[in-house]
Design a protein around this ligand. Sequence first.
Ligand SMILES: Cc1cc2nc3c(=O)[nH]c(=O)nc-3n(C[C@H](O)[C@H](O)[C@H](O)COP(=O)(O)OP(=O)(O)OC[C@H]3O[C@@H](n4cnc5c(N)ncnc54)[C@H](O)[C@@H]3O)c2cc1C
Length: 429
Amino acid sequence: MGTEDKYAIIGAGPSGLCGAKNLKEMGIPFDGYEAASDLGGLWNIKNENSTVYESAHLISSKGMTEFEDFPMKDDVADYPHHSELYQYFSDYADHFGLREHYQFNMAVKKIEEVNGKWKLTTEAGISNLYKGIIIANGCLTHPNIPNIPGNFEGELLHSKDYKDPSIFEGKKVLIIGAGNSGCDIVVDAVHRAQKVDMSVRRGYHFVPKYIFGKPADTIGGFIQLPRLLKQRIDKWLLNTFFVVNPQRLGFPEPDHKLYESHPIVNTLVLYHLGHGDLRVKKDVVKFEGKTVHFKDGTQEEYDMVLCATGYQLHYPFIDKNHLNWGEEKAPQLYLNIFTPHHNNIFVLGMVEATGLGWEGRNKQAILVARFISEMEKGSHKAQQFFQKIQSGMPDMRGGFEYMDVERMAYYVHKDTYLKQIKRHLKMLS
Ligand SMILES: Cc1cc2nc3c(=O)[nH]c(=O)nc-3n(C[C@H](O)[C@H](O)[C@H](O)COP(=O)(O)OP(=O)(O)OC[C@H]3O[C@@H](n4cnc5c(N)ncnc54)[C@H](O)[C@@H]3O)c2cc1C
């Protein structure tokens, strides 16, 4: 079969793999392209695009993250290490026979529309025409580098390039950013560095990994409370019983309510702050030699500054207009998947939500596979579905006022999102 009768999938991370599995199950022919030499996406630390570090574990528990039809083994930890996750994806690909559909070391450089089909060109200069493309190249690999005036004369790096805590040995270290990666990394640094500070722009809500002896994300799903009540009660419970008040330890008061940004699932940071092993500093305003100037007028000298300042969405191989992406912080995709401009370009994995896990990405993939299958049959349902995509976006925020920052621009409320996916799946059945 020629490629013109097939679909192409870009990426063999969790999103690409479940995309491949669902196409395969629906009998839709496809080719997979993966830039790295193996599958697993960012959970394969050997993949040069991987943004995990040696100490990285899941921050959501395994039961809330795994694919429903492929549970992790009983002997896998509640919050598995990245190496266990690489093994999991490897087993998943073998179980569903996905590996043989992929070409590895095959980065996609460009996709261009040609008479309603898509010409895909690889970095190696190979071009093929496809019926459609599924983009699953990940959201957390293109570093967001802060624009700080001045020049830092010590070592300056982004968390993307951080792998091993030995780099901190005996040094004076500043970590910028207190997101989940920043907090993991600062805990690594505490055990090696001579001095560790953490610069934060805002306060965060901290959640422990265990509550009442169970993974925290498995608690609280039984009683559905109104949003405002839930925010208040959960905040009170957390700060009264489960975590030390972060403001007592130097963190500013959060400028957002609980659940309006991704919570920080790490209480070790608070533990080390409480032991005086590290300090919280204000926002950085300037570098000068090895001196870092902070917003409150203080200054400190460091050997190393590590920016744990997050990632930007990055689809360098396709014209942004095709993804309905103008000046907004993220492509304006229906259900974070479908562009209103084409019925044969799909994005998988451009979604974040507390508790969505890989099963949430799998649900996206099921919907895409069903849509393609109905389109292939020329069904009326598929046409109606595409008209709906072109008629406006459903709200998936569940009433939450998410922070107006890039990383929250494609954030959804899990239950609202899954309900929408279910509703849309019904339209195609
Ligand atoms: C430290 C850390 C902790 C995390 N913890 C959790 C957690 O606890 N729970 C959770 O649900 N999520 C977590 N995440 C989020 C994570 O993004 C998802 O778990 C998941 O890896 C997303 O899968 P993906 O397939 O969309 O992207 P990725 O895993 O990034 O895979 C994308 C793949 O596409 C390939 N690719 C990229 N560009 C090209 C190209 N041009 N051509 C061909 N191939 C290409 C890449 O090489 C990669 O293999 C965490 C992320 C990090 C960094």
